[in-house]
Design a protein. Structure first.
Length: 446
């Protein structure tokens, strides 16, 4: 009996710890830029400290990770070992600080893939996640609207670093909402909006009134445009197409009412069109975004650049220059900076520079393995809602698989990728448990 209570107590601890972690990442930016700007640097490391405590507690209690619940465990462990060995790669620096910072960047939020399945053990908890998600996003999206229609140089639009000029789209500030900089909010939108889409078009897991959910979705649509970022908008359009195709092809299960989905898709699309073309806020946001897209024609080049990771392979070699060497804050610690490429931007080339060809291949295989597991979960789980969640999770992972975002070097993208992997693993475990329970009941009744 005591072991059962201990297990339950640990589950509660991890659940509360993860709730605190996710609340912290939504509060951190506000604290750093508005409340305690003098403590901006220590506050930045808060999320890493919380994750480290949860991870050490996980290890300290000898939690077991089975290959059934984490089939990508072998590749993941190999990646961790490779990163540890790379700590000895100090070819362009004489301080271990660079390597340790790099380890935090690459591995800091990886434990989410084990902690989330430990905390999410019942279907009701998944329902609660989506219920809370709607209410959490409502004030964040409203804040984005306020920022957009406030002067760019107003207090509400400041960044943590006051040395940076405020980025604008048209005459408006590109919104950051609760984050220190733009990248945090765009990463959040890339995760939230696909789920908001299935909430408004399928009614899936909807605990709030339909009006509230649709209102939050439309505010999110405006927020996408108000970031002025082409990537998140483009990804969302692709997400909508892939989700619609997935539902049409039956990947979300045959219990989902396709006719109702089509009707609700048309209604939501018309409402979105009205908001974007018939309201002052919508037309301003749309016109400014379109003007920015038309004024910048580098999208094709940037995508092509992201899909060409080996441009610096001649200098990086098999093992690269070591983790953390492309991290901006580490540049002052590099003693051999002149041996490295002059400039880099895309994630794929940065992974090659830091970890070399071997590291890049390991990272790529790991991402593909996680994506493949998520897709397999979509096909293997029984309940239609689980299939739908897994399908959306897999679609969200696609930019990371193809190195089209910064899932290593933008901490929010990193958190989101490992969160999607953790939720997929949790769904897989819950489904296995429910199947086992059904099987046991059948045997008992037989």
């Amino acid at each position: 009996m005591s072991s059962i209570h201990t297990y339950s107590g640990l589950t509660t601890f991890f659940r509360k710890g993860l709730i605190f972690f996710y609340i912290w990442i939504l509060l951190e930016g506000s604290l750093r830029k508005w409340v305690l700007p003098g403590l901006a640097s220590p506050l930045f490391f808060g999320k890493y400290a919380i994750m480290a405590v949860l991870t050490l507690y996980f290890i300290g209690n000898r939690e077991k990770i089975s290959r059934v619940s984490a089939p990508y465990m072998g590749v993941l462990l190999f990646f961790v070992i490779y990163c540890l060995l790379e700590l000895f790669n100090m070819d362009v620096t004489d301080t271990p600080v660079v390597g340790f910072v790099g380890m935090a960047v690459h591995l800091g939020f990886l434990p989410l893939v084990f902690l989330l399945p430990r905390a999410i053990t019942r279907s009701a908890q998944i329902d609660k996640i989506f219920s809370v998600l709607v209410w959490v996003m409502l004030p964040i999206f409203v804040l984005g609207m306020i920022q957009y229609f406030s002067p760019p140089d107003s207090f509400i639009n400041k960044y943590v670093s006051e040395d940076l000029g405020i980025a604008v789209v048209g005459d408006h500030a590109r919104i950051t909402t609760v984050f220190s900089y733009l990248a945090g909010h765009t990463a959040l939108l890339s995760f939230v909006m696909p789920f908001m889409f299935i909430l408004v078009t399928t009614g899936f897991r909807m605990k709030q009134g339909r009006v509230v959910v649709i209102a939050v979705f439309l505010l999110g649509l405006l927020n996408l445009l108000m970031t002025g970022s082409r990537g998140p908008v483009g990804f969302f359009v692709i997400d909508v197409i892939l989700i619609s195709l997935g539902i049409g092809l039956g990947f979300a299960g045959h219990k989902l009412n396709k006719s109702l989905f089509i009707v609700q898709l048309v209604v939501v699309s018309l409402l979105g069109l009205v908001v974007l073309t018939q309201t002052e806020q919508g037309t301003e946001a749309l016109d400014a975004f379109v003007a920015r897209v038309e004024g910048n024609s580098d999208v094709g080049y940037r995508v092509e650049d992201a899909l060409d990771p080996f441009k610096f392979l001649d200098t990086s070699g098999l093992i690269g220059f070591g983790p953390g060497t492309t991290y901006e804050a580490n540049q002052k610690y590099l003693t051999g900076r002149e041996r490295m490429p002059v400039y880099w931007e895309e994630e794929s080339e940065r992974v090659v520079i830091e970890l070399g060809l071997i590291g890049f291949l390991i990272v790529t295989v790991l991402r593909l393995w996680v994506f493949g597991f998520t897709v397999r979960t979509m096909f293997s789980v029984t309940e239609s809602s689980y299939k739908l969640i897994a399908m959306v999770l897999a679609i969200i992972q696609l930019p990371t698989v193809f190195y089209l975002n910064l899932a290593v070097f933008n901490w929010m993208d990193n958190i989101i990728f490992w969160t999607t992997a953790g939720i997929a693993t949790a769904i897989h475990q819950i489904d296995l448990h429910e199947k086992q329970k059904t099987s046991n009941l059948s045997l008992a009744s037989g």
